[in-house]
Design a protein around this ligand. Structure first.
Ligand code: SF4
Length: 334
């Protein structure tokens, strides 16, 4: 994502192939302007004075027993954000990117929510997380195959930057990641879902639902006061109809909070129209206020969904030992 660099080069009257040289160098692992040896030396020096080659810089890194890598990255103004690279079979890697430095939505189970609001990241800051991860994957003979917006922040509060970053990740001149391999996860920011309906790249949409009734959901996620379950599911249905892709429903299983058979039946009754796929997620303790469901309760919940005609998947937590799993990103020391 070299939009700033593109406009600088243009304003200096440089030929358009200079930008391609910069992009190629970034894709081949250049870390600063001195590494972009295809550019004339004086041009590199002038660029170094006005713009960084990368907008985020790795600051600390931790690797989990399961191969998951978590980075703490610094923005140019010194904010710390995190992204997480998850290892899969056959050399595939999924990157979980941050879209804001902090989050204002205050979901009760989330470490990022406990940090409070931070600023929106720019398109370059978001895309640079993916370009850096793609580089690291390549060095390990692997491939960045998927990107999920499940890191710090609510991506649909920052749609202009998120959409630009997605265009760059999806473009054959960028990272060439297919639309179906990019997922935007929202807590239920309905105006942003409506913007996604009009967005030209048909990425996957995931809704963090986490409860089957409004009272429980409001207690877990204050955003539900503004857009209750029926409103947010209606917006998701419009997205499913526009793209022909099922919307993922993310459901954290919390012991005694949302994991009864009655909860499962209530959930199923709202999602039986073929437009949704339910992912059940193991909970990773962050604040101590909630506990994950026991394997027995989780299995019973899943069976109740099955009996109602839904076929949920279980999402195992990855990187829990380094606080890199869902709900755990909060600039913990890497
Ligand atoms: S779960 Fe997502 S939307 Fe909710 S507080 Fe955490 S980062 Fe924000």
């Amino acid at each position: 994502m070299t939009d700033q660099i593109a406009s600088i080069l243009k304003s200096w009257g440089e030929p358009s192939y200079r930008l391609k040289q910069v992009d190629d160098a970034r894709r081949s692992g250049a870390r600063d302007w001195d590494d972009v040896t295809t550019l004339p030396k004086d041009l590199r020096a002038r660029l170094a004075e006005v713009a960084p080659l990368w907008t985020v810089t790795p600051d600390a890194m931790a690797e989990s027993r399961d191969g998951t890598i978590k980075w703490r990255l610094r923005t140019g103004d010194g904010l710390a954000i995190e992204s997480v690279l998850i290892k899969h079979a056959r050399g595939r890697r999924t990157l979980c990117v941050s879209s804001q430095a902090g989050c204002a939505l205050g979901c009760r189970f989330c470490a990022t929510g406990a940090m409070g609001p931070g600023r929106d990241l720019t398109a370059r800051e978001i895309a640079d997380q993916a370009f850096l991860a793609a580089d690291v994957a390549r060095e390990a003979d692997a491939r960045l195959s998927n990107v999920v917006f499940m890191g710090m922040g609510e991506p649909l509060q920052n749609t202009a930057a998120v959409f630009d970053a997605i265009r760059e990740m999806h473009s054959p001149d960028g990272l060439g990641i297919s639309a179906r391999s990019i997922a935007v996860s929202t807590a239920g920011w309905v105006p942003g879902i409506e913007e996604m309906v009009a967005f030209e790249v048909p990425v996957r949409l995931a809704l963090s639902l986490h409860a089957a009734d409004d009272d429980t959901r409001t207690a877990l996620m204050p955003i539900n006061n503004r857009w209750p379950i029926a409103n947010v599911l209606a917006a998701c249905r419009r997205y499913a109809d526009r793209t022909g892709r099922r919307v993922f429903i993310e459901y954290l299983l919390l012991d005694g909070v949302n994991d009864s058979v009655a909860d499962a039946n209530r959930l199923a009754s709202q999602l039986r129209d073929g437009r949704f796929h339910v992912n059940l997620i193991e909970y990773n303790a962050t604040t101590g206020q909630y506990r994950g469901s026991s394997p027995e309760r989780a299995t019973r919940f899943a069976e109740a969904l099955q009996e109602s005609g839904l076929h949920p998947s279980f999402r195992r937590s990855r990187g829990a030992d380094i606080a890199a799993a869902c709900g755990q990103l909060a600039n913990t020391p890497a």
